[in-house]
Design a protein around this ligand. Structure first.
Ligand code: FBP
Length: 548
């Protein structure tokens, strides 16, 4: 493949490592840990991996050496900038401990482990991918690893290849599965370690020990650049309202971060919708109110940000989706033979509650069909395929028409829909993500070298310069609680939603009235890879505020 000039220059970038990972390394065990909730239940479910100590990785007095280890790496779920650098970090970390160690990549996500599809990740191959975006070195997939038969097949494949450790690079669900896999292998003395790495642009895998998931920084910077460009266009032309949906399947961290970077006129945060139990009609009225007030000031333009997960947080639609989920899960055979849209709508309407029927029939046909589309392998509605931005434009238009007829609104409303998601997931990692991911991979190798299993690689103190970052291994069970997922109680890593009493949301809440009326746009411009530190290396506003 032909390389762009930036790719060639970027390949030379040497990610900065925390000082503790350079030279002699010491792995120190802290005190035993507990899960963040439901300690009794979780400890019973994970008898072999529960309560492990945090591993503190510090500068030591002698080099960390290991026997030759063969490691298999899996990229799981949605792409996130920096995945290739995690792999480079694992590779360099393993080789630093023993030059005979080898790294393999399972192809196409977790299914590669089960089906025994893999390649060796050689120095030469990895060289081609350093500091690049994407997961294309081995590909990713969303196969759920949860059945014992899958674990057994995976083990058989590891034994055939001679693999002693697996690194799962994934989000909360994939790391939950990594923990279950670690527990199972330990319980049968399989001698295969399992380590996780926190990945997802959604930013919802974070807690006391994980300050952010990788990819969030770069993706938000890409979206903010695009939003800033649109804001400037809106300000120049003064004739459009831009409704921009942003990725983030459940939590609204991406939307909130982009709000803080670009100061749009309106933004919805799903967690607030949930907390205040706002109906679709209330959301629409509030957007229309801002449009009207701006229009009264002769400003018939603006920018409105919408998190893609919104639809699942609106109370009446949340109930509707859960009823449709149950219906599609339990009566799939009957539903799948229906041919026409009308047959499908009739079938749904005759199986859901009266309130949900009302909510379903209030939606335009396209959205109704989108709600009936296939679920992902984890049973989630594929919210990135639901055109919430179009839905809101249509509903706001209707509301403004009503107000016009009543003489309350005199402006012009022309809206354009946008969706930013895939534009950011494979961008070349920012300096922050390039450094962070390389360090996460290196830490994963050190944890493997220390002979541990059931841990997640963790790098903290992320608003400080990279050399001051703190490296550790965190027992995955420490992040677990019990949640109801698709009708069953399951041990899962707690998903971090936007906290309404957290500093990032409060910053938005403090300024939103002003940002909606005065045009206070900020234009962040494209990610810079070369130049002054304050331009190139800054962490997200979310991280800066959370750690301030
Ligand atoms: P992960 O949680 O696996 O990192 O994926 C996140 C995400 O990018 C969401 O923001 C989005 O809703 C989803 O993936 C889209 O998935 P797909 O590309 O499989 O349609």
């Amino acid at each position: 493949m032909t390389k762009s000039s930036l790719q060639v220059a970027r390949a030379e970038y040497k990610p900065k490592l925390p000082a503790a990972l350079i030279g002699n390394i010491l792995v120190k065990e802290g005190a035993p840990t507990q899960s963040c909730a439901h300690q009794e239940e979780i400890s019973k479910m994970f008898p072999h991996t529960y309560g492990f100590p945090v591993l503190h990785i510090e500068s030591g007095s002698k080099p960390l050496k290991s026997s030759a280890i063969n490691v298999g790496v899996i990229l799981s779920g949605g792409q996130a900038p920096g995945g290739h650098n995690v792999i480079a970090g694992i590779f360099d970390g393993l080789k630093a401990m023993n030059s005979d160690s080898r790294l393999y990549g399972f192809l196409g996500g977790p299914s590669g482990l089960v089906n025994g599809e893999y390649i060796e990740l050689t120095a030469q191959l990895i060289e081609e991918y350093r500091n690049t975006g994407g997961f294309d070195i081995i590909g990713s997939g969303r196969t759920k690893l949860e059945e014992q038969s899958q674990f057994d097949k995976g083990l058989e494949n590891c034994r055939k290849i001679g693999i002693n450790a697996i690194v799962v690079i994934g989000g909360d669900d994939s790391n939950t599965n990594a923990c279950v896999l670690a527990e199972y292998y330990k319980s049968i003395n399989a001698a295969v370690q399992v380590i996780g790495c926190p990945k997802t642009i959604d930013g919802d895998l974070k807690n006391e020990m994980i300050e952010t998931s990788f990819g969030f920084d770069t993706a938000c910077k890409v979206y903010s650049e695009l939003i800033g460009n649109i804001e400037r266009d809106a300000l120049s032309a003064k004739k459009y309202w831009h409704f921009i949906k942003l990725m983030g399947r459940s939590a609204s961290h991406i939307t909130l971060e982009c709000v803080l970077q670009t100061h749009p006129n309106y933004a919805i945060i799903s967690e607030e919708v949930h907390e205040k139990r706002l109906t679709m009609n209330q959301i629409v009225e509030d957007i229309a109110r801002v449009i009207k007030t701006r229009s009264d000031n002769n400003e018939n333009f603006g920018v409105c940000l919408i998190p893609e997960g919104l639809i699942e947080f609106v109370p009446e639609i949340k109930i509707l989706i859960s009823e449709i989920n149950d219906l599609l899960a339990h009566k799939a055979a009957l539903f799948n033979v229906l041919e026409t849209d009308d047959e499908k709508f009739q079938f749904v309407n005759s199986h859901i509650s009266a309130d949900s029927t009302k909510a379903f029939n209030s939606l335009p046909k396209e959205i109704q069909l989108q709600l009936l589309m296939d679920r992902d392998p984890h049973g989630n509605v594929q919210v990135s395929r639901i055109q919430t931005e179009e839905l809101l434009i249509e509903m706001v238009e209707e509301k403004l028409k009503e107000w016009k007829a009543e003489g309350r609104y005199k402006g012009n409303f022309t809206a354009l829909p946008n969706f930013f998601g895939y534009e950011g997931r494979c961008a070349a990692p920012s300096n922050f993500d390039a450094n962070y991911t390389y360090a996460l991979g290196y830490v994963a190798a050190v944890i493997i070298g220390a002979g541990k299993t059931g841990y997640m690689s963790s790098v903290r103190n992320l608003t400080a310069p990279a050399k001051e970052w703190i490296a550790c291994g965190v027992p995955i069970t420490m992040m677990m609680n019990i949640e109801k997922r698709h009708g069953h109680l399951k041990p899962v890593i707690q998903k971090a939603l936007v906290k309404l009493d957290g500093k990032p949301f409060k910053e938005f809440a403090k300024n939103r009235a002003e940002w909606s009326m005065k045009t206070s746009y900020v234009f962040p411009g494209p990610i810079q890879y070369f130049g002054p530190n304050e331009v190139c290396d800054a962490a997200t506003k979310t991280l800066q505020l959370e750690r301030s």
